[in-house]
Design a protein around this ligand. Structure first.
Ligand SMILES: Cc1cc2nc3c(=O)[nH]c(=O)nc-3n(C[C@H](O)[C@H](O)[C@H](O)COP(=O)(O)O)c2cc1C
Length: 206
C-alpha cells in the first residue's frame, strides 16, 4: 500500500527555512515510496476559531472557508509533516489558526466521544519541523507541547521532531547541510514500515 504523506508549510515567508526543510522531508518520504502532497497554509483562507462552540453539538466546524478542505486532506493522510517557524517562542500565527480550528476534533473526541474514523483507529504518524533564529532551546518545548495536544485531537502519533535554531535569514538553512540531511532522513523514516510506532526521535540542531 502506498502511504499518503501530507506536508503542511505554515510559514508566511515564501521559500523560508522551515519550508525548505519540509520539502526535503517530503523528498525523503517519496524516496521511500510514499505519495507526497505539499500544502502552503499562507495561500489559503483559514479564519481563526471564533469559540462559538457549535462543534460541541456537531463535532464539525461551522466556519466555512478553506479549513474544511485542509482538514479532509489531513484526515486522508497516513503521515503528516508539519513545518513552522518559531514566532515568539511558539508556532507562527498561520499554524496556530489552523491548530485552533481543530477544536472541532477535540469536541468530537472528548465531548461527543465519537471515533474520528468509521472503521477504527489507523496507523497515522507525524513529524514536526521548527526553525528559530535565536539560540534559545527552551522555545521548542512550547512547540512540542502544542503539537502534542493538536495531534492527540487529530488521532496522529507524534513520532519525531526536527528543531533547528540560529537560522534566521530566508534560505539560510541551505548553508546547514546537516539540517537538510536530517529532514530527508526523518521524512524517509516516517514512512518506513520498519520504523516501530513507539520509536520517538528528537533531533535538535543547535
Ligand atoms: C514575528 C516573528 C517572531 C519571531 N520570534 C522568534 C522567536 O521567538 N525565537 C526565535 O528563535 N526566532 C524568532 N523569529 C525568527 C524566525 O523564527 C526565523 O527567522 C526563522 O528562520 C523563520 O523561519 P521561516 O523562514 O520558515 O519562516 C521570529 C520572526 C518573526 C517574523
Amino acid at each position: 500500500m502506498t502511504l499518503k504523506v501530507l506536508g503542511i508549510s505554515t510559514s508566511p515567508r515564501l521559500k523560508g527555512n522551515s519550508d525548505l526543510l519540509l520539502r526535503e522531508a517530503l523528498t525523503g518520504a517519496e524516496s521511500a515510496g510514499a505519495r507526497a502532497e505539499y500544502l502552503r497554509i499562507a495561500d489559503l483562507n483559514i479564519a481563526p476559531c471564533i469559540e462559538c462552540n457549535s462543534c460541541y453539538d456537531t463535532g464539525r466546524c461551522r466556519v466555512q472557508d478553506d479549513y474544511q478542505q485542509v482538514l479532509q486532506k489531513m484526515l486522508d493522510a497516513d503521515r503528516l509533516i508539519f513545518a513552522t517557524p518559531v514566532f515568539f517562542a511558539t508556532v507562527c500565527t498561520q499554524a496556530k489558526m489552523l491548530i485552533d480550528r481543530g477544536q472541532c476534533l477535540w469536541a468530537n473526541k472528548y465531548v461527543l466521544k465519537k471515533p474520528l474514523f468509521e472503521y477504527g483507529p489507523r496507523d497515522r504518524r507525524a513529524l514536526v519541523i521548527a526553525v528559530g533564529g535565536s539560540k534559545s532551546k527552551k522555545q521548542f518545548d512550547s512547540i512540542r507541547l502544542t503539537m502534542r495536544s493538536y495531534f492527540d485531537a487529530l488521532d496522529v502519533k507524534y513520532v519525531a521532531s526536527l528543531f533547528v535554531n540560529r537560522v534566521d535569514v530566508r534560505g539560510a538553512i541551505k548553508k546547514h547541510p546537516s539540517a537538510l540531511q536530517e529532514a530527508f532522513r526523518l521524512g524517509k523514516e516516517l514512512v518506513s514500515v520498519e520504523t516501530p510506532l513507539d520509536k520517538s526521535v528528537d533531533v535538535e540542531l543547535i
